[in-house]
Ligand binder design. Structure first.
Ligand code: ADP
Ligand code: ADP
Ligand code: MG
Length: 449
């Protein structure tokens, strides 16, 4: 039996549930899967030590139903809950419920989630810590008139953003007062619907944007370290599709400055467990804090590949109150890693393509974090990401070649996937040179048509 925890409940599904199960079982920790009625036949349900159905297909009534999850944890005598990403992972009320029940939440404190879950609050915290934030409005916008007035001061183009937003939802690029006026109510509405909070603010739209983020880890004894950066500028609808580490954009000097800044910001808020500081770079090597994700990130495998660490194991150790098992000077990176997110969607329109996977041929020389197998029914109820292909190379060009080989071998029949798009990205000259911004994918799609 592990000294960390005896039994961990995983409040998530698909590839990330399987990923967490793998580490728990390696460490001798039992796992409890919770699943919706739609997910009863999914691989993660079979692989966990035990499984509990927590409700119908709609996430609101199952994966997001706090009391059902807590009940499942109590029934199974789970001593900890791992939330994965999405769902309840950044829900402070859920963390408080875990605390009340004496169940360890594998993540930061409720207070830290509250602080960083609000983009407005996070901006103000980071300003206090001397971390540069994207120029924008300081408080929530109370009216469209106020927004238009502030917009004149900051200057267009601007990003109108929901303070509680996530997953690329709740933000709108606006070029002028007319567009801002038109977008205001609908963005507020969608923020209310998706996040239960309609607070909006404005950010200057950064030109030639590159999304580069820093993985950090912090213990309850005041130690904070970084685990280098991830470049995530290949995006569709402000959501990541391909990620890599290290970033081809950074030289050693700029990297050092970025990593130090991220650590300083995290120290300021007294954060614990793993987390990600997201930054946006302009074309002139300036960078600004975007937001912090207070959880394990989808793209954490690229960090694991270049550092040799297991981030889920680290999360378990930190949640159990252990000290960081290493110091900054012991963390080294080696080689280059790339991750491609495989989506069950049309590669041109990005429309989801649910259905049954009739045939699946997996590549041999790649890390595959997949939620599905042959015969799995991809449900329309959840995020269309069905898996991730991760490769490691001695350098970037070798990693690209390995990714091409892996994607070339991958065959998924029965549903439409973005596999061909991912393959073409690996062959693109700008991508190969490492010269791309968050505008890359949109522009690339126009050429492809
Ligand atoms: P990461 O920030 O880890 O790269 P994403 O931004 O793509 O990941 O979000 C992680 C996952 O969580 C996605 O699959 C997305 O569907 C889901 N997600 C993130 N935030 C939200 C949210 N606020 N509401 C619903 N789903 C979300
Ligand atoms: P989410 O919580 O949905 O992840 P983020 O604030 O992290 O929202 O932004 C998601 C993506 O949207 C970024 O990675 C970037 O591509 C784009 N984006 C966000 N803010 C800006 C900005 N001010 N200027 C340019 N692009 C932005
Ligand atoms: Mg983000």
């Amino acid at each position: 039996m592990s000294v960390l925890f005896k039994r961990v409940l995983i409040a998530n599904r698909g590839e990330i549930a399987r990923r967490i199960i793998k580490t728990c079982h390696r460490l001798g920790i039992e796992t409890v899967a919770v699943y919706s009625e739609a997910d009863a036949a999914m691989p993660f349900v079979k692989e966990a030590t035990t499984a509990v159905c927590v409700g119908p297909a709609q996430a609101k009534k199952s994966y997001l139903e706090v009391e059902n999850i807590i009940q499942a944890a109590k029934e199974t005598n789970s001593d900890a809950i791992h939330p994965g990403y999405g769902f309840l992972s950044e829900n402070a009320a859920f963390v408080r419920r875990c605390e009340e029940e004496g169940i360890t939440f594998i993540g930061p404190t409720a207070k830290a989630i509250e602080l960083m879950g609000s983009k407005l609050e996070a901006r103000s915290q980071m300003e206090q810590a001397g971390v540069p934030v994207v120029p924008g409005s300081d408080g929530r916008l109370n009216s469209v008139e106020e927004a238009v007035e502030l917009a004149e001061e900051i200057g267009y183009p601007l990003m109108l953003k929901a303070s509680a937003g996530g997953g690329g939802i709740g933000m709108k690029l606006v070029e002028n007062a007319d567009e801002l006026t038109k977008a205001f109510d609908s963005t507020k509405q969608s923020a209310e619907t998706f996040f239960g909070d309609g607070s909006l603010f404005l950010e200057k739209w950064i030109n030639e944007p590159r999304h580069i983020e820093v993985q950090i880890a912090a213990d309850e004894h005041g130690n904070v370290i970084h685990l280098f950066e991830r470049e995530c500028s290949v995006q569709r609808r402000n959501q990541k599709v391909v990620e890599e580490s290290p970033s081809p954009y950074l030289d050693e000097e700029l990297r050092k400055k970025l990593l130090e800044t991220a650590v300083r910001g995290v120290q300021h808020i007294g954060y614990t467990n793993v987390g990600t500081m997201e930054f946006i770079f302009d074309g002139e090597k300036n960078f600004y804090f975007l937001e912090m994700n207070t959880r394990l990130q989808v793209e954490h495998p690229v960090t694991e590949e270049i550092t040799g660490l297991d981030l889920v194991e680290l999360q378990l150790q930190l949640a159990a109150g252990e000290k960081l098992p290493f110091e900054q000077s012991n963390i080294n990176k080696d080689g280059h890693a790339i991750e491609c997110r495989l989506y069950a969607e049309d590669p041109k329109t990005y429309f989801p393509s649910p259905g049954t996977i009739k045939r699946l041929v997996l590549p041999e020389k790649a890390r595959l974090d997949f939620g599905i197998e042959e015969g799995t029914k991809v449900s329309p109820f959840y995020d269309p990401m069905i898996g991730k292909v991760i490769v490691y190379g001695e350098d970037r060009s070798q990693a690209i070649e390995k990714m091409k080989e892996a994607l070339g071998q991958l065959e998924v029949e029965g549903i439409t996937t973005n596999r061909p798009l991912l393959y073409d990205i690996m062959e693109n000259a700008d991508f190969k040179k490492g010269e791309y911004t968050t505008k890359f994918l949109d522009e690339f799609q126009k050429q492809r048509k």
